[in-house]
Ligand binder design. Structure first.
Ligand SMILES: Cc1cc2nc3c(=O)[nH]c(=O)nc-3n(C[C@H](O)[C@H](O)[C@H](O)COP(=O)(O)O)c2cc1C
Length: 353
């Protein structure tokens, strides 16, 4: 199906009439219905969900059908895994999941900026909590790599963060293929401080000790970084990661920098208040971080590139830079679910696989 025949082009103006969280809820209800209608997913899978074997790749000892993954935050509660698989994703990162359920920040807390290809969000880890998500993970489809992105509850003091990550890990890790520690959301006060060496060293030591205790040394543990560290801060963080024994880095999360918005829209965005920006304008900033990671970390620590990736070309460039995998979120909102198929097709034309 060519771009011009994509039904999302027609539906998008209607969907965008709704506020982002209402639209999200509606799409998830429809997605849930689609998963229950007999025959629909196999049909969708036939059209979209069979990436060519040429773009499959083993990473972290896991069989990724495609290097394109769904980034954390869209399917926080692991509700639509069969649908993501049918759309052609190689992997889905569920979460961020917190140990205890929490509501997140007051609404409205997500805003679209279509002319910029950006989203501003200050969700603040709305999470059903690990036990509810764990129940859903027991029924996950085969053939889709599922990562579990975990974080701390807002009310947990910063000095007790490790307890929350360990609690979530104990419940989620046995049900997923890899675990990502989210220490880079800008919407949980103090969370990003966990990236500083003094906090990061003990956090990783504690998590790796738990992984060993649970006999899960073979399961990959990843860390998700922000794009907003200064160069010396990033290097210091990377040096801790290099020495730690973790398996991968996801770069990046959303940015606090309003400078990625064009000047004409800057005042408008500032009026929306706090939150992290994602999408097109994040690409350059995220890539700078990705290139530094590739330079500074040993090659056995694999990079998952995320941030402003919205086409097969951009995904291919990230992979050629040296990323093992890529993840998308905001582009899916603006381009629609058939984007995954288009990106897979574009990668299939590349000869570097
Ligand atoms: C509405 C929204 C919610 C998000 N929630 C999470 C989250 O819970 N955990 C997380 O690690 N990242 C979260 N992210 C960040 C994305 O996973 C991703 O790192 C970021 O959006 C950059 O990628 P993109 O430009 O392709 O969107 C969220 C992003 C958006 C837009």
């Amino acid at each position: 199906m060519t771009h011009s025949l994509d039904p999302y082009r027609l539906l998008r103006p209607l969907i965008f009439q709704l506020d982002p969280e209402t639209a999200h809820g509606l799409c998830f209800s429809l997605g849930g219905l689609a998963q229950r209608l007999p025959g629909l997913l196999p049909m969708l899978q036939g059209v979209c969900g069979r990436p060519e074997p040429a773009i499959a790749r083993p990473v972290f000892g896991l069989p990724f059908r495609s290097p394109i993954g769904l980034a954390a935050g869209l399917d926080k509660g692991a509700q639509l895994l069969p649908l993501w698989k049918a759309l052609g994703f190689g992997s889905v990162e569920i979460g961020t999941v917190t140990p205890r359920p929490q509501a997140g920040n007051p609404k409205p807390r997500v805003f679209r900026l279509p002319e910029e290809g950006l989203i501003l969000n200050r969700m603040g880890f709305n999470s059903e909590g690990m036990d509810v998500v764990a129940r859903r993970l027991r029924y996950r489809p085969a053939g889709l790599v599922v990562g579990g992105n975990i974080g701390k509850n807002k009310t947990t003091p910063e000095e007790a963060a490790l307890d929350d990550y360990r609690a979530a890990y104990r419940v989620i890790a046995p049900l997923v293929d890899y675990v990502a520690l989210n220490i880079s959301s800008p919407n949980t006060p103090g969370l990003r401080k966990l990236q500083a060496p003094e906090a990061l060293g003990p956090l990783l030591a504690g998590m790796l000790a738990l992984r060993k205790e649970m006999g899960m040394e073979r399961q990959a543990l990843l860390v998700k970084l922000a794009p907003d560290l200064s160069s010396p801060e990033l290097d210091a963080t990377l040096d801790v990661l290099a020495a730690s024994g973790i398996d991968g880095v996801i770069a990046t999360n959303t940015t606090l920098d309003r400078g990625i918005v064009s000047e004409v829209n800057r005042a408008k965005v500032e009026a929306l208040g706090e939150g992290g920006l994602s999408g097109r304008g994040l690409k350059l900033r995220a890539r700078n971080v990705q290139l530094r990671i590739l330079q500074r970390l040993p090659p056995q620590i694999r990079l998952v590139a995320c941030g402003g990736i919205g086409s097969g070309e951009v995904a291919a460039r990230a992979l050629q830079d040296g990323a093992a995998l890529v993840q998308i979120y905001t582009a899916l909102i603006f381009e629609g679910p058939l984007l995954v198929r288009r990106m897979n097709r574009e990668l299939e034309t590349r000869d570097f696989f």
